[in-house]
Design a binder for this molecule. Sequence first.
Ligand SMILES: [Zn+2]
Length: 391
Amino acid sequence: MTEKGSDSCLICGQKSLEPLIFIPDVPTLCNRLYASEAEARNAPRGDIRLSYCPDCDHIVNSAFDQARVNYDGRFENTLSFSPRYRQYAEVTADRVINRYGLNGKRIVEIGCGSGDFLRLLCDPGNRGEGYDPSQPNSRSAAGHGSVEIIGRNFAVEDAHGADFVCCRHVLEHLPKPMDLLRRLRESMAIRADAVVFFEVPNGLFTLDRLGIWDIIHEHVSYFTPSSLMRAFHNAGFSVCSADSAFDDQYLWIEARVATQPAAPSALPKRPLDGLYSSFCARFAEKVAEWRRRIDLLKSNRRHVVIWGGGAKGVMFLNLLRVPAGAGIDWVVDINPRKQGHFVPLTGQRIVGPDCLLKDLPDLIIVMNPEYEREVRSMIDDMGIGCRVVST
Ligand SMILES: [Zn+2]
């Protein structure tokens, strides 16, 4: 049986959700590698239908279709090649290591990717186990600790007796996020002092600051601060701390198994009605404005490249409906595993920064403003003096 998107709230169960936006015909998996332009242009397509819950401020993609999403060995979303991202990951790891005294502990990570974050957590002398079906099995030293990567889906029993469970940018991909949280809480109940640390994209950033290139088919959920708190509370956790990070693009939460659930009235909720009701119009305006800019650049024969071949770059090209050959031909990415591959549906080639020296660009569009400074510094070092803007 395959999982389809839900028509009710995945967090609080509210049945009458309000429609937010419908986006047809987008790649079903942005970070999958396509080896040829033809294969990329024929990548699986899906729709996005977002609704929001007036009770808990959660946003749900009811058009999600798990049958079209496969996180296998051709899934690649490592961000650790960016110095800015590495700095963020190091600060985050240091914070939880110090706050929860992580030394000589057993740490489990759900969806660990290549294990870079888990290695940071294990550095002081912890034993890490990371679960991820897109990775091969491996074992390695990590500073004073060790990391084992297990190339399969995490099962809640894996967290039994763990001191610290970490899960970053996974919960929003799950058709039933509350199932994971509730069963994880049960599995961890033997250790009242055990801590969970979760990080997700910030749905409020998408709504409020129009981070619209983060809206992707494979995100079933968009958590806001209110719905993230509600999720952990409803699953029986007691929230230790929660905040936004990375210029508000992410939300994180740290929680323990609750012995006494907090009163629901203690949960914060910010009135978001205005943001929801204006979102569809603001979304369309932003897409149309970029479309005009790209058309103008094309008619002036400007050489424009995108910097960032992750979800944001893929969705920028797909929402603007700019196929390769129609104004933007290259997407630059510093992750060597992405280079030589192609953007799903629109078909642009993903290249390394060195390619820019062969055909100097007039304009670089940086998909994530957080990386603009490092992009400027990199192209300065290469002697490329073109304009750089962020979306
Ligand atoms: Zn809800």
